[in-house]
Structure formats: structure tokens, C-alpha cells
Design a binder for this molecule. Structure first.
Ligand code: BES
Ligand code: ZN
Ligand code: ZN
Length: 471
């Protein structure tokens, strides 16, 4: 279903949603306010249900002076909590008290709160035609708003859906088929290098991870071309390890199932492509997803192996569990060498180190460009998909110099691995002057409302879309 928005019409209203900030509630003049007499004060996430003559009226509190992402979070929590109560009837969304950004946040939140995994039909209301009536917004602005909200939410839903899938539902043929579908739907150019082609091209670092896999390699390039002349081009690389066993440097079995989430960089990129294409954003996007799993097998790469990456640098493999930086190394250099991009960003569930540092609060990011840093942090703060900057000082390079190759794939020291990994990746960007690396291991997959265990958060889609809008 898609949420649909209408203006003032003669529909019979069966249901009303009224959101109030503490401030707007104080100023509310409607007669029900008197009757409530302190029963509702518009605290954050407070709800009160009024039965009116022909409709059920939900009052929802947003707290005092909420930021846009807080407005969105309240709306999201509301639809999720009331998913079994709200009805598929024409619903009035009282929007008079809000500016257009706040209205966008409300509608986005209402829609995002309908996500469930696996699909159980728990939101019957949202699986039929659900229409919200907003009397304060012009028809033209409504069209625009509906388009944008649906685009971003559909992008985020796709991101979450693929990250949540179990390993045996997201093997290479499944994800390739899905990428074929969206390429067709959004007119993206799709190119895939299988094992043979990757060998011919010299994508040795990517292939070292794939060589132990029973699945065909799929180094995938997706290109979205806007129809605007002189549009800027952004390069995106998403870590796409379909499952990370650790390889021969095998992981422990506790929580191993969560390593189905090691494609969180890729799903953020896929969601962003979908949203950008739906919104017809005036930018070009070149996205690279080096798709493989990191398997344990008798053909897997082995600690001590020395491999040659796409940029001809050699890497000594000392830990097969540091596989993300191998696949990203070739993703980054292939993109930087073969495409002209104004900015290059990679996203990856790269290190446990970043999780230990920031937990679930923010991604760790690294960049060689100050204005890019500003833009990214601004988008992070705006969307509450936060980022915090860490250094790329040259001294960190010493930690991964190798005796037998240009680099080794892990540090000789037991600390700072997310910085080491970022510094490692910098060796493969072909001196691109405007690059950022986002380590999102802690934020892509975590505590979510719709699951008892961990689930996909959708991290990255709103962040990147906001970034692209400002870029
Ligand atoms: N996919 C993991 C990183 C990860 C950890 C993601 C926790 C999500 C949650 C990555 O491939 C990995 O295994 N990294 C190792 C690197 C180490 C061997 C240098 C790590 O962080 O332990
Ligand atoms: Zn790993
Ligand atoms: Zn990994």
C-alpha cells in the first residue's frame, strides 16, 4: 500500500489524528480542551482517545519544542502502538499547527510505523488504501509531499526488508533478481561482474573473499542518471557481505546469526537509490556493491595469503574476518578509477571496534574533506541518523604496514580498529579529494520496536537522501 494524501474534501471522516506540542496544546481553542481538564497535556508520546459523534479522535503529544526527527519518532511510535486499533477509514490529520517540514515528519513517521517483519498483516489498515486528509495544505503541495514521503519510506522499507532476511533467503541469485527488478522499474543501468570477469579485471581483493564461497561472485554496479544537465555525480560503495562467518578466522557461535546484517552498507545504498529515483533527484548516482558471502570452505582464503588488489597494491591477509575492507578496497578503487565523481562515500558494517566505541548512537565516519564533513554531520543531526568524526592521521598507517606486502589487512595493535580500517580504505580511493567512509556496524542493525531481538533500523537512507538534497 501507499499512504495517500488528500485535501479538504466531502469525505466522511471516520477517524482523526491530532498531534500537539506542549505549546500548541496550551493555545488550543477547541471545546474538547476544556472538557479534558488536564487529562491530556501533550507530553511526548502521550495519547488520549476521544469518542466523537461519527469518529474516533486520537490526541497525541509531541512534548515541548520537538525537533523534526522527534516529531517523526512520535508519529512512528503512535502507528506502531495502535496498529491493531486504527481503522482503514478516511482519516483527518490535523495539520494547522505545523509548518511544512513538521507535516512531512508526521506523515513519514505515520508511514514508517507500519513496518513489520516478517509480514504478518498486523497493520491491516495500512495494507489497504489508507488516506489522510490534510485541510491546511494546498493540493499541489500535497502531491509533492506524498511523492517525497512515499519515496523515502519505500526506500527505507526495502533497506530494512533485505537486511532482515535470513541468510538462506538472500543468496546471490535472490538479491540479483531484486536488483534486476528495481533496475527495470527505475531505469537504472546494471552491470555485474561474475568471478571470471572479476578475475579478468583484476579485482583480486574482492575475489579473495569470494573464492571460498559456493556462490558466484557478483560485483555489481548500478547507475542512476538524472535528466538534468550538469548534475553532480555521487559515487556510493556499500559493503555487501551476505553473511559473515569470519572465514577461516572463524567467529564464535554466540550471536553469529546477526552476521546476516553484514550487508547493512549495501541495503542503505539500495534504499537510497530507490528513494532518489522515485523522487527524481537531480543528481547522478554510481553505486557499487561487491556482493559475496564470507564463507568457510576448503577453497577459502587463508591467513598469510598475499593478494593483489585492483589498484595493484598487495595485501597480506592476516585475518579473514577483516573481509569488509578487502571487498571495499576494490569497490572504491574500481569506482574512483573508472568514473568521474564529485563525491565518493562508502558505507559499511565494518568493525566491532566502532560498535564498542559508539554503541547504537551513531556511525563513526572518516573523511578527507572538511566541507563534506559539515554536510554529512548536518544531515546526520537533521535525520537523527547521526555521525561522529574520527581521525585519518598518517600515524595510523604504520599499524598496517606488512613485511611481505604493501599492507596487511589488520592492525598489529589491539586497539583503534575502526580507525585502522578507515585509514586502510584511504589507500584505495585513488587520491579522490572528496571521500567519506561511514562505519555503521552499530547503527544498521539493533534494537527496534517491531522485533524482540535485533532488527534492521533503516539507518542511512534518510541520511543520504537529506545529504543529496543539500548537495
Ligand atoms: N562484519 C564484521 C564487523 C561487525 C561487528 C559488524 C559487529 C556488525 C557488528 C567485520 O567483518 C569483522 O568481523 N570485523 C572484525 C575485524 C577484526 C578481525 C580486525 C572485528 O571487528 O572484530
Ligand atoms: Zn568479518
Ligand atoms: Zn564483515
Amino acid at each position: 500500500m501507499k499512504i495517500n494524501l488528500t485535501g479538504n474534501s466531502s469525505n466522511i471522516i471516520g477517524q482523526k489524528f491530532s498531534f500537539f506540542t506542549a505549546e500548541s496544546w496550551l493555545q488550543e481553542k477547541d471545546d474538547f480542551k476544556e472538557k479534558l481538564n488536564g487529562l491530556f497535556v501533550a507530553k511526548k508520546d502521550e495519547t488520549f482517545i476521544l469518542l466523537e459523534e461519527n469518529s474516533v479522535h486520537y490526541l497525541i503529544g509531541l512534548g515541548s519544542k520537538p525537533q523534526n526527527f522527534e516529531v517523526q519518532a512520535c508519529a512512528e511510535k503512535f502507528t506502531y502502538d495502535f496498529r491493531k486499533k486504527i481503522k482503514a477509514t478516511t482519516t483527518l490529520l490535523n495539520s494547522e499547527n505545523f509548518n511544512s517540514d513538521q507535516i512531512e515528519s508526521l506523515v513519514k513517521g505515520l508511514y514508517l510505523g507500519t513496518y513489520e517483519y516478517p509480514f504478518k498483516g498486523e497493520h491491516p489498515v495500512f495494507h489497504s488504501d489508507f488516506s489522510l486528509q490534510l485541510n491546511s495544505v494546498s493540493e499541489e503541495n500535497l502531491k509533492q509531499l506524498e511523492m517525497k514521503v512515499v519515496a523515502i519510506c519505500e526506500g527505507q522499507f526495502a533497506c530494512m526488508e533485505w537486511l532482515n532476511k535470513p541468510q538462506n533467503f538472500k543468496r546471490v541469485p535472490h538479491i540479483s533478481e531484486f536488483l534486476d527488478e528495481i533496475s527495470e522499474k527505475y531505469n537504472l543501468k546494471k552491470t555485474v561482474f561474475d568471478r571470471k570477469k572479476s578475475e579478468d579485471l583484476g579485482l583480486g581483493a574482492f575475489l579473495s573473499v569470494n573464492q571460498g564461497s559456493s556462490q558466484e561472485a557478483a560485483f555489481t554496479i548500478l547507475e542512476y542518471q538524472s535528466n538534468i544537465e550538469n548534475a553532480k555525480t555521487i559515487g556510493l560503495v556499500g559493503k555487501c557481505i551476505l553473511f559473515d562467518t569470519g572465514g577461516i578466522s572463524i567467529k564464535g557461535s554466540e550471536n553469529l546469526h546477526y552476521m546476516k546484517s553484514d550487508m547493512g552498507g549495501a541495503t542503505a545504498v539500495i534504499g537510497t537509490l530507490i528513494a532518489a529515483a522515485e523522487m527524481k533527484l537531480p543528481v547522478n548516482i554510481i553505486a557499487i556493491l561487491p556482493i559475496t558471502d564470507n564463507a568457510i570452505s576448503n577453497t577459502a582464503y587463508i591467513p598469510s595469503d598475499v593478494i593483489t588488489a585492483y589498484n595493484r597494491k598487495t595485501i597480506e591477509v592476516l585475518n579473514t574476518d577483516a573481509e569488509g575492507r578487502m571487498t571495499l578496497a576494490d569497490g572504491l578503487s574500481y569506482l574512483a578509477k573508472n568514473y568521474k565523481t564529485d563525491v565518493l562515500i562508502d558505507l559499511a558494517t565494518l568493525t566491532g571496534s566502532s560498535v564498542r566505541m559508539f554503541g547504537y548512537t551513531c556511525g563513526a565516519y572518516f573523511s578527507n574533506n572538511d566541507s563534506l564533513k559539515k554536510l554529512l554531520e548536518q544531515s546526520g543531526d537533521e535525520t537523527n541518523q547521526r555521525l561522529w568524526n574520527l581521525p585519518l592521521w598518517d600515524i595510523w598507517k604504520e599499524d598496517f604496514t606488512s613485511d611481505v606486502a604493501d599492507f596487511k589487512n589488520i592492525s598489529s595493535k589491539p586497539f583503534g580498529d575502526c580507525i585502522v580500517a578507515g585509514k586502510f580504505l584511504e589507500q584505495f580511493i585513488m587520491d579522490h579529494p572528496n571521500w567519506a567512509h561511514l562505519d555503521i556496524a552499530g547503527v544498521a542493525f539493533g534494537n527496534v520496536r517491531y522485533m524482540k531481538e535485533k532488527g534492521a533500523t533503516g539507518y542511512g537512507v534518510q541520511l543520504l537522501i537529506d545529504f543529496l538534497e543539500n548537495f
